[in-house]
Design a protein around this ligand. Structure first.
Ligand SMILES: C[S@@+](CC[C@H](N)C(=O)[O-])C[C@H]1O[C@@H](n2cnc3c(N)ncnc32)[C@H](O)[C@@H]1O
Length: 359
C-alpha cells in the first residue's frame, strides 16, 4: 500500500464529502493531527478505523485499500486475493493483528458455549474426508478397553463419539463423560443418553475431582491445547490413573487445515499451538514414562467452497475475534479459497493422530 497515494485519495474523498480534517477526525474519534498525517502520506489509520473511514467517505474498504475507485464487478478472484494480502500486510505492519490464542479462556468459553461451531466443523470432515474409515472409528480401534475398566473422558464435546461407540464397550466397563462447558455436557447427555450407565460431570481438566489411582483410562481428545495450565492438567491425569492406567489424547498437527486456511488468507502462521502431533511427545514425556504416537492418514477433497467458508468462519481465531471476523467476510474468504481450486477440487492435507501414554 502506497502511503502517498492513500493520503491523496482520502484527502480528495474528504473534500468531496465537504468535510474538514477536524470534522472527519471528530467522527472517527481521532485527532485532526492524525488525519493530517494520513493525508500527507506519513502513516495509515489503524485497521479498526479503516471500515468507519470508508463508510464516512462513501467508499468501499477495497477502494480504500487500493486507493482508487472501482466497481465490485471488476474484482476477480485473484484481485480479491491480492487485496486481501495487501490488507493483511498493512495489518501486520501496524502490529495490530494479535490473533487470539487457542488457550485464551474467553475464546474457549465462547467457542464451546454451544455445540454449533464444533458440530459444523465435524460435518465438513464427514462430507469431504478422503479416508472413508472415519476418524471416530479409527480412534475407537486404538483403545484397549478391558472388561470392568473405568474410563474418564475430559472435554468430551457434544458426545457424538460415544453415541456411535458406547455399545461396543466391554462387559462391566463404566464411563464418566465430562466437559468444562455445562452446555456441551448437556448436549452430550442428550446425544449419548444411557443415563444409568454413564456419569455426566462438569470437570475442568486442570482440577479433576477424583481420587488418586481411581481410573484405568483417561481420554482427552482435541482439547489439551485449550488449557492455560497444561502441565497441571497432565499431573492431574497422572494422579487419577491407576499404575497400569493408560492416557489417550488425540490432537492435530501444525500443517493441517488451519494452517492451510491461514496461508490462503495471507495470515501469519499461527503461534505454535500448545499441544500438537509435533510437540506432544516431548510434553507428555515430562509426566509419563512411555509415550507412543499413532497417525491417521487423511485429507479433505472439497468441491463446494462455501462449505469450507462456513468451516473457516467458525474457527476460534476468526469467530471469537470480531475485528477479524468483520474483515474476513464470507465473500472475502470465498474468493481466497476458490482461487485454490484445481479441477474443481480444493485439496487440503489433514494431520491428526493420537498419543498413548503410560505412567
Ligand atoms: C475441540 S472440542 C473436542 C471435543 C471432543 N473431545 C472431540 O474430540 O470431538 C474441545 C472441548 O474441550 C472442552 N474444554 C475446553 N477447556 C476445557 C477444560 N479446561 N476442561 C475440560 N474441558 C475443556 C470444550 O468445552 C470442548 O467441548
Amino acid at each position: 500500500m502506497d502511503a502517498k497515494k492513500f493520503g491523496n485519495f482520502i484527502a480528495q474523498a474528504r473534500r468531496e464529502q465537504k468535510l474538514t480534517q477536524a470534522q472527519l477526525a471528530h467522527r472517527l474519534h481521532v485527532t485532526d493531527k492524525a488525519v493530517s498525517r494520513w493525508e500527507r502520506g506519513l502513516g495509515f489509520p489503524d485497521i479498526g478505523t479503516i471500515e468507519p473511514l470508508a463508510l464516512i467517505l462513501g467508499l468501499s474498504v477495497v477502494e480504500l485499500i487500493k486507493s482508487e475507485r472501482i466497481f465490485d464487478s471488476q474484482i476477480s478472484c485473484s484481485d480479491a486475493s491480492d487485496l486481501l494480502k495487501e490488507a493483511f500486510t498493512l495489518m501486520n505492519e501496524q502490529e495490530k493483528l494479535t490473533l487470539k490464542k487457542m488457550d485464551d479462556q474467553n475464546v474457549v468459553k465462547q467457542q464451546y458455549a454451544t455445540p454449533d461451531a464444533l458440530r459444523g466443523r465435524i460435518s465438513l470432515h464427514d462430507r469431504y474426508s478422503t479416508n472413508k474409515f472415519g476418524w471416530f472409528n479409527w480412534l475407537y480401534a486404538q483403545y484397549n478397553f478391558k472388561p470392568g475398566c473405568r474410563i474418564l473422558e475430559l472435554g468430551c464435546g457434544d458426545g457424538r463419539f460415544w453415541a456411535e461407540h458406547f455399545d461396543k464397550l466391554p462387559e462391566g466397563a463404566s464411563l464418566t463423560l465430562s466437559d468444562v462447558s455445562g452446555k456441551m455436557l448437556e448436549t452430550a447427555r442428550q446425544t449419548v443418553g444411557h443415563e444409568e450407565e454413564i456419569t455426566y460431570q462438569v470437570i475442568d481438566a486442570q482440577e479433576i475431582p477424583l481420587e488418586d489411582g481411581s481410573v484405568d483410562i483417561v481420554i482427552a481428545n482435541m482439547m489439551l491445547y485449550h488449557l492455560p495450565d497444561l502441565s497441571r492438567a497432565l499431573q492431574e491425569i497422572r494422579r487419577v490413573l491407576r499404575d497400569d492406567g493408560v492416557f489417550y489424547c488425540a490432537t492435530g498437527g501444525e500443517n493441517g487445515i488451519d494452517s492451510y486456511i491461514r496461508h490462503a488468507l495471507h495470515l501469519p502462521r499461527a503461534e505454535k499451538l500448545k499441544f500438537t502431533l509435533q510437540n506432544g511427545e516431548e510434553i507428555l514425556h515430562t509426566v509419563f514414562s512411555q509415550v507412543e504416537k499413532r497417525l491417521y492418514e487423511d485429507s479433505l477433497a472439497i468441491t463446494d467452497t462455501s462449505d469450507l467458508v462456513a468451516y473457516a468462519r467458525t474457527l476460534p481465531w476468526i469467530a471469537e475475534q470480531p475485528q477479524l471476523k468483520t474483515r474476513l467476510s464470507s465473500q472475502v474468504i470465498y474468493s481466497a479459497l476458490e482461487a485454490k481450486k484445481e479441477n474443481g477440487v480444493i485439496r487440503i492435507p489433514k494431520e491428526y493422530g493420537t498419543f498413548i501414554a503410560r505412567k
